[in-house]
Design a protein around this ligand. Sequence first.
Ligand SMILES: N[C@@H](CCC(=O)N[C@@H](CS)C(=O)NCC(=O)O)C(=O)O
Length: 400
Amino acid sequence: MAGELILLSSEYSLFAERVKIAFAEKGITNYQIRNEDLSNKSPLLLQMNPVHKLVPVLIHNGKPICESMIIVQYIDDFWNHKSPLLPSDPYQRAHARFWADYIDKKIYPNGRMLWSSKGEIMEASRKDLIQSLKTLNSELGEKAYFNGESFGYIDLALIPFYNVFHTFESLGNFSMEVECPQLVEWAKRCSQKETVSKSIWDKRKFYEMSLRYIDGTIPCPPVAIRKEGVTASNPAHAIWLCQDSLLLHAILASVFDLSISLILASRTSGEAWEKLAKLYANKSRSRIMHLKERLSTSRGSKPLPEYLQFVKSTVDELALTDKRLTDDDLTIHVLNGVGSEFRELTIAVQARETSIAFEELHEKLMDFDTFLKKEQSSEISTIIVNFIRRNSQFRNSFSS
Ligand SMILES: N[C@@H](CCC(=O)N[C@@H](CS)C(=O)NCC(=O)O)C(=O)O
């Protein structure tokens, strides 16, 4: 009997994801997650992890276990009947611990420096991060998982960082595909496992969080806080900047070349988003104006079917920009465009009590066009007949 299990976490803690994966591997679901507000840590967190004051903390029957990889080992020891995470062989266990420790010392600290520092420090972190990823790539080699055929302790330590791989690439200006191709394949393989995909950020969660940073629902906490009369720097401020910087770089990585120069100087994800929104709003406004102008051009020498097709495609494009024309507006545009020879039809349509749909108008115009063509051809044939008659009389009189 496991007893009471409480996991102190925060909404998007990569370290807590390790614990969630370990529980999922063991098939443990009956634990409670309590998400901490890291800008205002609960008395429970401070009491359970008085040394580091960090999440995750696992509280098992009232007793705290701190530090993510120590929690994972505890879970592996306690629920040792299923899916071992650490190998049983002492040497292999030491080997697995070595690499998990390497990940903790190299990946997160260098990644963090990459998005929170500048100049030489950033460059040094960039180089060290790439080198560390390459080292992990060689350690993995052609194996499916770090330990061989089955998912284990080292995989679990590294996989939560999968969601920030593209941020590493865009900030560090390198390609994981080029530098560490096996690692990229390994990450895809791991994320297909249900125990992993259910426990790490998915794109939807990431998107929801992005919106909350961007729209200001999660505002930037103050730089400093006052506690018991003393002013101290606020760790929540640094965390917010770090998360927001991840989002900003995700936005930068996803926009096209032309827009990037406009948003490059943005300091926060919200600022970048606002600039993009303005940019695209302007683009769509000018597109709408252009389409409306196209609608008011008259048919000229275009055959009627071609003109009507041109109107239809313009109206469809306008509908895509959310500017749907009413049937009446469209009818006015079309009747103005077709020309004065459709005058009788125009009068008949305008005299209707109800609006006319484009399809019906199209049919009526085509019928009227056929009628006009017939009229024209009978007029022409009358002219031709008269001409021939006149000419034959003329020729006869001339020849006689
Ligand atoms: N080495 C720790 C790192 C945990 C950690 O950095 N937790 C972050 C959240 S992801 C935290 O609690 N930050 C709060 C703070 O820095 O005050 C572990 O593996 O558990």
